[in-house]
Write a protein that binds this ligand. Structure first.
Ligand code: MG
Length: 463
């Protein structure tokens, strides 16, 4: 298994100065929720323009189809299993991203970067795990999901405390008006960018939307033809446009890599309050393509080709080592899983993905799927489906039903909807992917087979 950090043999990028990094992460935005990915019923003109000015990735994966685990992978370049972070952390849990894990902010800071985090954190609520303790100079946002509040449609009374909005480590407000979150985050983002002229910066803007409960400001509410979900995505589109306009106004476009993506697929049981996974099967909380394949746009004029579409698989774990090379930053001391994929981003002829496979864990560390080349192996496990999702009403979800998944093999290039199991017809492919799964178990463990991986570390635990 080609885990571990290494620099690719390719010649290094040599920008005149390290690029600014703007990483925009949406919450539960589906693959099919942008105009440039085929969205219907609402428009995303700013993001569609960003796609034309940059590269659109159509096989971009998150490491786990749920908030905390996905974000841990994004920021550290590690599979969540390696970090001991599983699923979504609750507000009262004592667990968080271990202080010794190095985040993107941690590795960029020694290169002179100003670092800011705005929005949803969700890597541990106790103070030792908050953004200021993971390399960020400033923080403004919700420490976890916006539905972890007393108004949750299903949770028993007393499950969730009043929702805090944090400034640094401090609670600035309780139960902030969620209609204003996207605007307030955007204002902060624009202000941060404008303040950093002359100094490289890393902005991690993690929107709370379009995770339920959905909220849009008055300017966007009722504007789309497809209800509140379309309104909310419209506001996220506006937000991204404002950030790109700010970079343009300040003459920073050619010095700034902007990445726009999502933490997992749509939460389908919420019906018309959920997005679309496009042509893919299922959504959030599953290892099917609809759960783990997300939209991803990258724009860096002069460095990343404009108007290009890349279908080669990539995963969020690759962002840290790739950005590290751009910035001349040192990779984390602790072993990571991501690899430098700059040649794929830069559009070098013949560039390929350096990983033999990507692995998908879920449910407290169960290895449930492997993608290698055009093939995807599903390992036997219990998943979930929501056949009545369409009947969810006004933010009240329909029920999930357990769904038994067997040993299944799909060619996701030919069959992106994972409809035609070829396990019986392709014994050699099946054997190869089962071997890769075994490699992953040795290194990262597997709760399904009660294996503890030799490369697994502990999550942080607050006293
Ligand atoms: Mg999410």
């Amino acid at each position: 298994m080609a885990t571990g950090s290494h620099r690719a043999e390719a010649a290094p990028v040599q920008p005149a100065r390290p690029p600014n990094i703007v990483l925009i992460l949406c919450d539960d935005l589906g693959w099919g929720d942008l105009g440039c990915y085929g969205a219907r019923g609402f428009h995303t003109p700013e993001l569609d323009r960003m796609a034309r000015q940059g590269t659109r990735f159509t096989s971009f994966y998150v490491a786990q189809a749920v908030c905390s685990a996905s974000r841990a992978a994004l920021l550290t370049g590690c599979y969540p299993n390696r970090l001991g972070i599983h699923g979504a952390l609750g507000p009262n849990q004592k667990v968080g991203l271990h202080p010794d894990e190095a985040t993107l902010a941690d590795i960029l800071k020694p290169q002179g970067y100003a670092t800011a985090m705005i929005g949803k954190w969700h890597l541990g609520r106790p103070t030792p795990f908050l953004p200021l303790h993971h390399g960020f100079d400033s923080y403004f946002g919700l420490p976890y999901s916006n539905d972890m509040w007393p108004n949750h449609p299903e949770a028993a009374v007393g499950t969730y405390p009043r929702l805090p909005l944090l400034e640094g480590d401090r609670v600035l407000e309780e139960m902030p008006d969620q209609r204003l979150l996207t605007q307030r985050y955007t204002d902060r983002a624009v202000r941060f960018i404008a303040e950093q002229r002359g100094r490289p910066f890393f902005l991690y803007l993690a929107h709370s939307m379009p995770h339920v409960p959905l909220f849009a400001s008055d300017r966007f509410a009722g504007r789309s033809r497809s209800g509140l979900y379309g309104d909310v995505v419209g506001e996220l589109d506006w937000s991204t446009g404002r950030i790109l306009a700010t970079l343009r106004r300040l003459g920073l476009e050619r010095d700034t890599l902007v990445i726009f993506t999502s933490d997992n697929g749509p939460w389908l049981s919420y019906g018309d309050h959920a997005g679309s996974s496009g042509p893919f099967r299922e959504g959030k909380g599953t290892v099917f393509e609809g759960g783990v394949r997300v939209p991803c746009l990258m724009r860096w004029p002069g460095e990343i080709p404009a108007g290009r579409t890349v279908d080669t698989p990539l995963m969020t774990i690759d962002l840290l080592p790739t950005i590290a090379r751009m910035a001349g930053a040192t990779l984390p001391v602790r072993r990571i899983d991501g690899l430098d994929v700059w040649p794929l981003l830069a559009g070098w002829r013949g560039a390929t993905n350096p990983h033999p496979a990507y692995y998908f864990y879920y449910n407290q560390g169960e290895l449930q799927a492997v993608r290698s080349g055009d093939w995807k192996l599903l390992l036997p496990h219990i998943s979930r489906t929501s056949p009545d999702g369409a009947r969810a009403e006004r933010g009240r979800p329909a029920a999930y039903l357990p769904m038994s998944v067997g040993l299944e093999l799909y060619n996701v290039k030919r069959d992106p909807g994972e409809t035609h199991d070829e396990a019986a017809q392709e014994p050699e492919v099946l054997g190869r992917l089962l071997g890769l799964a075994e490699d992953a178990r040795n290194e990262l463990g597997d709760a399904l087979t009660h294996r503890r991986g030799k490369g697994v570390r502990e999550a942080g635990l607050a006293p």
